[in-house]
Write a protein that binds this ligand. Structure first.
Ligand SMILES: [Zn+2]
Length: 349
């Protein structure tokens, strides 16, 4: 090889090696470039060194000088790029960013919210829409319009949280029935989720505030058959192929009234701890809307009839998720919420 060819070869190795090393996007690519140019066995710098042997004696100093320049330059670029890439990997504060990310808890929907949303989903498909109303109510909406006699024990200050001046914190979501009936002409099919307040102690099975969800259906020719078939369909969808039973009950705002039970899904009706040995779990109260309620809201009770039901999604969440103490629902304890939340609730970042 003559000197000029050697110098040209040195030039192109330095240039191409420089590009390969400087542009390496990560440590692996840098190592590939190092092997290609500075590798001990088949690196092009090594080959250039070996080519020195074929250079004539008088040209050797010039060729050797150029060889050294090229090798030094590429070694410097390799060291520089290596430092830059490892600094990027380590991050500014020195932690190793190549470590797998720790799972981060991003939060999830509360079990009671999950239950409410599932109930809403079923009733939406049955043609119901969602209605809401204020939590601070008047006596009339909370009791009077719902056919509570003025001396009913629920009106007592021992049971109800009265606000200073006028009004109270609603003790059930039923005032929204009245508000809906006042506002819209039948046919009406609404589902009413919301928080309600009672003057209860906060213990394993009571809370002064809890969620309730109720439904109202008013139209011409609505009968108890509609109530039973709709609620049976709901129970089948929500609890699986569960048997139900209706027991006579009493509420001021419905007549007749009935409690609905579903057969215990744990023991299949033979009796267990979850159903307190009865084989049945009480899930809701229901009944035909009392004519006085329709009339109070300005609806003609001769023309229209309706049915309503109410249930506690908290109690359903408790039985569904095996929660031993109602207070857990109010604790915001991440260990508990994380266990119940859907797997999609968490994510890595
Ligand atoms: Zn049971």
């Amino acid at each position: 090889m003559n000197l000029q060819d050697y110098l040209n070869e040195a030039e192109s190795i330095e240039r191409e090696g420089g590009v390969a090393l400087t542009a390496a996007p990560d440590i692996d690519a840098l190592e590939q470039a190092r092997i290609a140019f500075l590798g001990d066995r088949q690196g092009r710098v090594k080959a250039l060194q070996e080519a020195l042997r074929g250079i004539s004696k008088e040209d050797k100093p010039a060729a050797g000088k150029r060889f050294n320049e090229a090798r030094t330059r590429l070694e410097a670029l390799l060291a520089e790029r290596k430092t830059a890439l490892s600094r990027a990997v380590a991050g500014a504060s020195g932690e190793d960013l190549t470590l797998p990310a720790r799972r981060q808890w991003l939060g999830a929907k509360h079990p009671v919210t999950l239950v409410i949303e599932e109930i809403e989903g079923i009733f939406r498909e049955l043609g119901f829409s969602i209605a809401q109303g204020p939590e601070a109510e008047s006596d009339w909406y909370n009791f009077g319009a719902l056919n509570f006699p003025p001396n009913h024990p629920a009106l007592d200050a021992h049971d109800t949280l009265y606000l200073e001046g006028e009004g109270l914190l609603r003790t059930h979501t039923s005032p929204v029935q009245v508000r809906t009936l006042q506002r819209y002409e039948p046919p009406i099919r609404v589902l009413i989720p919301g928080n309600v307040y009672r003057r209860d102690f906060f213990d394993a099975s009571h809370a002064p505030m809890f969620a309730q969800i109720e439904g109202l259906c008013v139209d011409e020719g609505i009968s108890f058959v509609d109530l039973k078939s709709t609620l049976n369909q709901f129970a089948e969808r929500f609890f699986g192929a569960a048997k139900t039973r209706f027991r006579p009950s009493f509420f001021p705002f419905t007549e007749p009234s009935a409690e609905m039970d579903v057969q215990c899904g744990i023991c299949g009706g033979t009796g267990c701890a979850a159903c307190k040995g009865t084989g049945w779990i009480e899930i809701l109260g229901s009944g035909m809307v009392h004519p006085n309620v329709l009339e109070a809201a300005g609806v003609d009770s001769e023309k229209y009839t309706g049915w309503a039901f109410g249930m506690g999604p908290g109690r359903i969440a408790i039985s569904r998720y095996g929660i031993p103490d109602i207070r857990i629902l109010y604790d915001s304890d991440v260990r508990f919420l994380e266990r119940i939340a859907q797997p999609t609730g968490g994510a890595t970042t």
